[in-house]
Ligand binder design. Structure first.
Ligand code: HEC
Length: 260
C-alpha cells in the first residue's frame, strides 16, 4: 500500500479506535427510538422513580404525549405525579435547596443528560446498573460508573441490592499497581457484582436490564425529541436514494445502448 492510502485508512479508522478506548467498559443499551412501547415504559418508570428529584426543564407533558403516542387523559392519569398542567414542563417536586441539603449535590436537570455524556444513553444504562452497597458513603451507595455519586440507588427494590465483587489490583513489571477497569472498592478492583439471595429485587436480571434500557431510551428521546422524526424520515431517504440509483442506472443503459 502507498503511504497515502495508509494515511487515508488511518484517518478513516481513527474515530473507531478513539471510541473503543473511551467506551471500552460500557455495555450497549441497544435503545431503539422507533420503539414507542419502550419509550412509554421508560416515561412511566421515569415519572415514578426519577421525577421526584430530577426535572426535565425542556420537555412539556403535551409534547411528550404527542411524540410517544399517548392521549392527554393517559398522561394526566398515569404520568403526572404533581399538580402540573398538561401544557407545562416536567419539573421535579424537589426544591433545589433541599436537594443540596439532603444529598450534598442538587440533582441536575436531565433534559440533555443523554447528549452531555460521550457515551450517550449507554452511559445512563450502565450507571443505572452499577449501584452497589458502600457503607462508607453518606447514602450507603456507591456507583462504579460514577464513583462517589451522591444519588442513592432509587431502583434497588426492582434490581435488588448489589455488592461489589473485587480482586486485588494487578501489578505491572515495575511492581506498580495498574488502574482498575471498572472502578475500585476498598483498595481493590471491582470485577463484577452479586446480589445475595435474601436481597433479590422484584425483577429478574433480564427484566431489570430492560427497565434500565427503557429509561435510557426515554432520556435519549427527551435529549433530542426531533430524533424520532429524523429516524422515520431517514428510512424514506434511503429508499429514495435506492430508487434514484436504479433510475439513473436505467437512464445510463438507455444512453449507452447505441454507442456499444
Ligand atoms: C432521591 C433523589 C434522586 C432520585 C429519585 C433520582 N436521582 Fe439521579 N441524582 C440525584 C443526585 C443528588 C445526583 C447528583 C449526583 C452527584 O453529582 O454526585 C443525581 C445524578 C444523576 C445522574 C448523573 C448526572 C450527571 O452528573 O451527569 C443521572 C444520569 C441520574 N441522576 C439519573 C437518574 C435516574 C434515571 C433516576 C430514576 C431512575 C434518578 N436519577 C433518580 C438524586 C436523585
Amino acid at each position: 500500500m502507498t503511504k497515502f492510502r495508509l494515511f487515508v485508512l488511518a484517518l478513516l479508522l481513527a474515530p473507531a479506535f478513539a471510541w473503543a478506548s473511551e467506551g471500552a467498559e460500557m455495555e450497549s443499551a441497544h435503545i431503539d427510538l422507533g420503539d414507542k412501547a419502550s419509550l412509554q415504559r421508560g416515561a412511566g418508570l421515569y415519572m415514578s422513580y426519577c421525577s421526584g428529584c430530577h426535572s426535565l426543564g425542556y420537555q412539556r407533558y403535551s409534547r411528550m404525549a404527542e411524540d410517544l403516542g399517548l392521549t392527554q387523559e393517559q398522561v394526566e392519569q398515569n404520568l403526572i405525579y404533581s399538580d402540573a398542567k398538561f401544557g407545562e414542563t416536567i419539573r421535579s417536586s424537589l426544591d433545589a435547596g433541599d436537594g443540596l441539603a439532603w444529598f450534598g449535590k442538587a440533582p441536575p436537570d436531565l433534559s440533555v443528560e443523554a447528549r452531555a455524556k460521550a457515551q450517550g444513553a449507554d452511559w445512563i444504562y450502565n450507571y443505572l446498573k452499577s449501584f452497589y452497597v458502600d457503607e462508607a458513603r453518606p447514602m450507603g451507595w456507591n456507583n462504579s460508573v460514577f464513583p462517589g455519586a451522591s444519588m442513592p440507588h432509587v431502583l434497588w427494590e426492582l434490581q435488588g441490592v448489589q455488592h461489589a465483587v473485587t480482586e486485588p489490583k494487578h501489578k505491572n513489571a515495575k511492581g506498580e499497581a495498574e488502574p482498575c477497569h471498572k472502578g475500585e472498592y476498598q483498595g481493590a478492583c471491582i470485577v463484577g457484582f452479586e446480589i445475595p439471595e435474601a436481597q433479590k429485587g422484584r425483577m429478574t436480571e433480564e427484566e431489570y436490564d430492560h427497565a434500565a434500557r427503557d429509561i435510557s431510551a426515554f432520556l435519549a428521546y427527551v435529549g433530542e425529541p426531533a430524533a424520532i422524526q429524523r429516524e422515520s424520515i431517514g428510512a424514506w431517504v434511503v429508499l429514495f436514494l435506492a430508487l434514484f440509483t436504479f433510475l439513473a442506472y436505467l437512464l445510463k443503459s438507455e444512453y449507452w445502448r447505441d454507442v456499444h
